[in-house]
Design a protein around this ligand. Structure first.
Ligand SMILES: Nc1nc2c(ncn2[C@@H]2O[C@H](COP(=O)(O)OP(=O)(O)O)[C@@H](O)[C@H]2O)c(=O)[nH]1
Ligand SMILES: [Mg+2]
Length: 261
């Protein structure tokens, strides 16, 4: 069997299928979401030239468009530091090597751990900058809530200009809403994807400062208005309504979409 061949009954020859890739830091909740989205059915797949295994399965239920869901190994940034990370990142810009007919994922679902926001947000920013269609699944908000600093998904969505859906990776609460949001984003026109090959120190510093500002702004809101944040369900900012989802202008530097609450 060639390295790119999927094991089992998942077809490789259906380019009409959508592909959603779960990508993000280790322990952010990727596999938990994968299990909820696919009904925990999976096949393993091996990226050509690498020893990294992925889980791949089909979106459970009866989606309008048949959809493959891919659970990839953890990454902390879009510039690889190891072979495993390089292989994981290949699913974002060289997906065709794994799934012929698919150049890039239709949507990248990024779990963001609400209890460790700033590191995780930097990755989301890099993904947006790379042109990837991204939806944030806000996980671990139960932990952030227990720590007295829950994250308001609606406000986070405003700051990021990305659709944000709160989910609980253990119970699956919010996964139906996540799925609906991802389907909407998947229907948007594709953009050119270009992953960075390196980062300048200035860029990294600026990205972290940006993420810290968002984290501080979110916790300021909790301090000023304790109990004001909706803690149930999810919040979705549908593309095109509150922001121009795919326009990147002003997404970095002085004209960042971040604004104080
Ligand atoms: N408290 C809490 N735990 C979660 C949540 N989502 C996932 N977990 C747990 O976090 C751990 C890491 O999750 P996993 O899906 O394996 O993360 P991955 O490394 O990104 O694939 C597991 O023990 C999950 O049960 C969540 O929303 N809240
Ligand atoms: Mg995992």
């Amino acid at each position: 069997m060639s390295a790119a061949t999927l094991v089992g009954d998942v077809s490789m020859e259906a380019p009409s299928e959508a592909v959603w890739v779960l990508a993000g830091p280790p322990n952010a909740g990727k596999t938990s979401l994968y299990n909820h989205l696919t009904g925990a059915r999976y096949r393993t797949v091996n990226y050509p030239g690498a020893t990294v295994d992925y889980c791949i399965g089909t979106l459970a239920g009866k989606p309008e468009r048949p959809t493959l869901v891919l659970d990839s190994p953890g990454i902390v940034s879009l510039v690889a530091r190891s072979d495993d990370e390089r292989a994981a990142l290949s699913t974002l810009d060289e997906l065709g090597r794994l799934l012929p007919g698919h150049a890039v994922p239709d949507v990248v679902v990024v779990p963001v751990d609400a209890s460790q926001m700033s590191r995780h947000l930097v990755l989301v920013r890099q993904m947006r900058r790379a042109g990837l269609r991204t939806v944030v699944a806000l996980t671990m908000n139960d932990i952030a809530r227990a720590q007295g600093r829950p994250v308001d998904p609606a406000r986070l969505s405003d700051y990021l200009s990305v659709v944000v859906v709160e989910v609980d990776g253990r119970s699956g609460h919010g996964v139906q809403e996540l799925r609906a949001a991802v389907e909407q984003v998947a229907a948007l026109p594709a953009t050119r994807v270009a992953l960075p090959t390196e980062f300048s120190l200035e860029q990294v510093a600026e990205d972290f400062a940006w993420a810290d500002r968002i984290e501080s702004a979110l916790s300021e809101i909790v301090k000023r208005r304790p109990g004001a944040i909706s803690t149930a369900g999810c919040s979705i900012r549908w593309p095109g309504r509150r922001f121009s989802f795919w326009s990147w202008e002003g997404f970095s530097g002085a004209s960042s979409p971040w604004r104080p609450p």
